[in-house]
Ligand binder design. Structure first.
Ligand code: ZN
Ligand code: ZN
Length: 593
């Protein structure tokens, strides 16, 4: 019986609206999805010049009989779907069906297919079937698409450069390989192998093929569910964060999606573990009853709506935070064996980064907290305490073992040791983490205890700042400042919240005023957060402030007992380590044994 059926007109019309084959990647996508739908376990994609000259996709799937081999080139024929309800069927990837005739109409296409019963070859030129004959090809389907857009020079012109076309294809095949670890994928361009997976079903192996062994070693397995959703997959250690969202891969019932809300939940869960401009590598599959999702009918099929989004967000957040909270996240320096870096893949990665940056630049411009300023412009008195000495050390988490300081290098990095290895601690980042958590906590307690000033502090502002601040004095009052307008671009501070450091009072108040003046859409959480980060940075020991050993020991102890000792509030690492084992390896000590 023929497997190909003609689609109901209703569905065809709904889909046809957005249906265009415009890039080599969309051709590859269509052909690969056909192969997956044909239950292939082995899919080989061979390109010549990024697919512009030639694309061959070979699979070992069920193949077609000779009727279907011809019928699949006619409009509205699809073996995949018969009606709209099937779109929600998790088993089926494609629904376009139109794409094969579209592809054939702008190329020289050869279809060779064998359904284990009969082999057929169909040759199509610019949409016209020129020959149908028997073929002794092996079971499965092989489609060769040559000279894409040869008869539509305008579209050909709009293909971006070959590099970018290839980057798009690599990205797509990577995602499919992640989605189907049980399918063996091979991607080749001009005889260079760009990806090969073994189809063993081991997702971590696929991750190592795509991102490298170093990344795969730093991935954490995720597995959890609630009454609506089940989430499985891997998330990366913060140190492996990337500069774009490209490596955040989310599947819903194995279907690749992109959902900004979910991406935000993921990056928010890494809050302060990584810088705001960086993104973790994640590969997550969300299993859900199709009744709870609404797939936007669009050829890219990327967008999806969840009817119980809060339940999903909560599960995802809890899973990630739970994992991050119970790990030793200190980046380990390792002696590198000769790296078998695939330079082309690395270059493509760069190229991809550029593309994504273009896409996301507008989205990122409204980040409320900028990356840390590297220069520290205001002078702190030498006797600046590292942190408020009244805060008790309360050991709770102890995610890292006690470290013993031995000295300071470059006036910046504390060298420390314990039985496990050697550590370098950035003294500023460490103090900043301690202070940040302190300020957040104190602002969060809503303690209205204030410190009166014997002599009120006069703060002079520029004319424009003064005018803005006058409108926003309540923000300061909400923080427990007693302030009044003193006229002539000046405000008077009579008392301040108790948690404000006495030793750099005016600087601290000016920083807070700057935040009040510059914030646009007031969000109480972000507002407090920003104050905590800014004060923590400004009030912490700087590079070249020389600490004595006891002070270092105290700093390390306090760091150890923070909620997250591994990164400063800007997401920079506080500690890196050489394990004892690595040191022995580097000095080749085993030689003398
Ligand atoms: Zn800082
Ligand atoms: Zn920092």
């Amino acid at each position: 019986m023929s497997k190909v059926s003609v689609m109901e007109p209703d569905l065809a019309n709904k889909i046809a609206a957005g249906e265009v084959v415009e890039k080599t990647a969309s051709v590859v996508k269509e052909l690969v999805e056909n192969a997956i739908d044909a239950q292939a376990t082995d899919i080989k994609i061979e390109l010549v010049d990024s697919g512009v000259k030639q694309i061959i996709v070979t699979d070992d799937g069920v193949g077609m009989d000779s009727d279907d081999a011809v019928l699949c080139f006619s409009r509205h024929a699809t073996s995949k779907l018969k009606n709209l309800d099937d779109l929600f069927n998790i088993e089926s990837l494609g629904f376009r069906g139109e794409a094969l005739p579209s592809i054939a109409s702008v190329s020289h296409t050869i279809l060779e297919t064998n359904n284990a019963d009969i082999g057929t070859e169909v040759v199509v030129d610019g949409g016209t079937i020129v020959s149908v004959k028997k073929s002794d090809c092996k079971k499965g389907t092989k489609i060769t698409v040559k000279n894409l857009f040869y008869n539509t020079p305008v579209r050909l012109k709009y293909l971006k450069n070959l590099y970018i076309e290839l980057a798009n294809i690599v990205e797509y095949v990577d995602k499919m390989a992640l989605s189907y670890p049980n399918i063996r994928f091979n991607l080749i361009n001009n005889d260079k192998n760009l990806l090969s997976t073994d189809g063993s079903g081991n997702l971590l192996k696929v991750i190592s093929r795509i991102y490298g062994v170093d990344v795969a070693k730093k991935m954490i397995a995720i597995d959890g569910s609630n009454s609506d959703y089940k989430i499985t997959g891997f998330i990366s250690y913060p140190e492996k964060a990337r500069s774009n969202r490209n490596s955040m891969t989310t599947f819903v019932n194995n279907r690749l999606i992109r959902n900004n809300d979910l991406n935000r939940v993921i990056t928010d869960s890494y809050h302060t573990y990584i810088p705001v401009s960086k993104f973790p590598i994640v590969v997550l599959n969300i299993e859900v009853d199709p009744i709870l999702i609404d797939i936007n009918i669009h050829p890219t099929k990327m967008d999806i709506k969840f009817s119980k989004m809060d339940s999903l967000k909560e599960l995802l957040r809890d899973l990630i935070i739970e994992k991050l909270e119970h790990r030793n996240l200190i980046p380990t320096l390792e002696s590198k064996d000769k790296k078998n870096k695939n330079t082309l893949t690395d270059l493509l990665e760069l190229e991809k980064n550029e593309l994504i940056r273009e896409e996301t630049i507008s989205e990122e411009s409204n980040n409320y907290d900028e990356m840390e300023e590297i220069s520290f412009d205001f002078d702190v008195e030498d006797e600046t305490p590292l942190y408020d000495p009244n805060v008790e050390i309360a050991p709770k988490k102890e995610r890292i073992k006690k470290m013993y300081p031995v000295g300071l290098v470059h006036g910046t990095y504390i060298v420390a040791e314990n039985e496990d290895g050697m550590y370098l601690i950035d003294q500023h980042a460490a103090a900043e983490r301690i202070n940040y958590e302190k300020y957040l906590k104190e602002m969060g307690t809503h303690d209205d205890h204030v410190q009166d000033l014997l002599i009120p502090l006069k703060i002079e502002l520029s004319n424009s700042d003064y005018l803005i601040l006058k409108e926003k004095m309540d923000r300061l009052r909400d923080l427990n400042f007693e302030v009044e307008d003193f006229g002539i671009n000046t405000i008077l501070v009579r008392s301040h919240p108790y948690w404000l450091p006495e030793y750099a009072l005016e600087e601290a108040i000016r920083k807070i005023i700057d935040i009040v003046i510059s914030e646009k859409d007031f969000d109480p959480y972000k507002f407090t957060e920003k104050i905590a980060i800014t004060l923590a940075c400004k009030m912490s020991i700087k590079a070249n402030d020389h600490l004595e050993l006891p002070a270092m020991e105290d700093l390390l102890e306090r760091l150890r007992n923070t909620e997250n000792p591994f990164t400063c509030p800007h997401g920079r690492p506080t500690i890196i380590t050489y394990s004892k084992y690595e040191l022995e390896k580097l000095f080749m000590r085993s030689m003398e044994r």
